[in-house]
Design a protein around this ligand. Structure first.
Ligand SMILES: [Zn+2]
Length: 266
């Protein structure tokens, strides 16, 4: 299917410069196709098609799961269209006059793009590539990376979570090390999903353990939850601090103390 589409559009592009009238005809046709394209041939919304692929493999698709393996090239743009349509229905149910209120005319599409392409993008794209380096100098000293900026949202209300993360790694002589910027990329990938802070830090620690195979790994996250500041108790100063200690960080209280003393959470 996708290959067929590409070949049609390349034909259109080749034809375009020769006939101006034909061009405008084609482009209006294209818009019409785009409007219904978030439904599949059998009339199913794209989200249902993707969901069926996931269910066929008995995989999980919770808010904080990555489902990139079930999405084909070109489908994310179509998913934005579907989300925009449903977001428009939400605005209508909120009795907002999106036709006459110029501020909300395109809100549904903006929100759809923001969810799929930005703030929840970590659900839909593959894990960033990690270059691994062998531990040639056989480093086995404590490494601390941070603070890494965290932008996430709670799974309960989709309210922003803004915070910082520090990662401590005690590599073994056999560990594969990853470049410093990769810690930020991995963190962003995990956090750009609707999350629960307690689960997010565990997920990040698990992933780092699998990738680096260190003697110990520690993750500390310190965040503002708009869930408590914007709504609910409206407590502007409440924060949540979580830590996960694995391996040497769990067993060796001196190492743990050194890590906690070195990160500057002020
Ligand atoms: Zn919440």
């Amino acid at each position: 299917m996708p290959t067929k589409k590409t070949s049609t559009s390349s034909k259109v592009a080749k034809k375009a410069p020769t006939k101006k009238v034909a061009m405008s005809k084609v482009s209006s046709k294209k818009v019409a196709i785009k409007k219904v394209s978030n439904k599949n041939d059998d009339g199913l919304p794209l989200s249902v098609v993707i969901r069926k692929r996931i269910e066929a493999e008995n995989a999980r698709f919770h808010a904080n799961d990555n489902i990139a393996a079930y999405i084909k090239p070109g489908e994310l743009e179509r998913l934005v269209e579907e989300v925009a349509e449903k977001m428009q229905a939400v605005l209508e149910s909120l009795v907002i006059d999106t036709q006459n209120d110029h501020n909300t005319q395109n809100t549904s599409r903006r929100v759809a793009k923001m969810y799929v392409q930005e703030v929840f993008n970590g659900r839909y794209v593959e894990q960033p590539a990690l270059t691994k380096f062998p531990n040639v100098s056989r480093l086995n000293e404590l490494m601390i990376i941070g603070p890494i900026t965290v932008r996430s949202a709670c799974s309960h209300h989709l309210c922003p979570i803004m915070g910082r993360i520090w990662i401590g790694v005690l590599p073994s002589k056999e560990s594969a090390l990853i470049g410093l910027s990769k810690y930020s990329r991995l963190t962003e990938w995990v956090m750009c999903r609707p999350q629960i802070q307690e689960e997010a830090v565990v997920e990040l620690a698990d992933m780092l353990e699998r990738k680096i195979k260190p003697i110990g790994v520690a993750v500390v996250m310190d965040a503002d939850h708009f869930c408590m500041q914007w709504r609910g108790v409206k407590d502007r100063d409440s924060k949540m601090i979580n830590s996960v200690m694995r391996g040497a960080f769990l067993k060796d209280s001196n190492l743990r103390r050194e890590f906690l003393a070195l990160i500057d959470r002020k």
